[in-house]
Design a binder for this molecule. Sequence first.
Ligand code: SAM
Length: 213
Amino acid sequence: MRLRNIPGSREVIAESEFVIHNEEEKKGHWKEIFGNNNPIHIEIGMGKGTFIMESAKRNPDINYIGIEKYSSVLLRAIEKREQEPELPNLYFIRMDAEYIENVFDKDEVSNIYLNFSDPWPKDRNAKRRLTSDRFLKRYTNIMKKDGRVRFKTDNINLFEYSLETAKECGWEILYETRDLHKSEYNEGNIMTEYEKKFSQLGNKINMMIITQP
Ligand code: SAM
């Protein structure tokens, strides 16, 4: 999702109380930001934030951080967030997840959600995929030992690649389905914007849950 550059979006982000600024200074201090010891879940590439906002509403005992690379997209999430200001367990960061190890310390994150991540279909761009070996290594460096990565996509090629990569990198596959909406895991499933769009078109939704052994 890449909206056209929206003039003024950077200024709105800079002034938003819902966005964490100077995020690299918060490494190792996220408990202090939230003011509690609750587990921290992050969504990488949250888009307009529908999934993470609903997650934060349903689970007040979990702290959520939504990460988005593009200001124009984050702006939409902030606008939505402003309609629901009473969510002390949710913040946003504008950053490229490539630098995630500069922002979170070892063991600081419990779960990572990857929802409808960009597929980067060309081999030469494989390292940009959020489920590539490079990214999985980054996740290992910030996650708790029993932490989980949950990945949803309608893109079957990206899904098969992600399963294979996770196995090759020594992650354990806890769950996999190629039709989430007909599976036992559909109960309580929070649909993302892309998930709504693609399932309405008749696309099946794939999901995997992986952990580090
Ligand atoms: N997760 C949302 C959903 O399911 O509706 C949005 C999916 S959209 C296809 C992918 C989003 O991930 C885009 O908003 C894009 O800007 C963001 N993104 C892609 N690569 C990223 C990265 N390296 N770091 C942070 N965000 C990224």
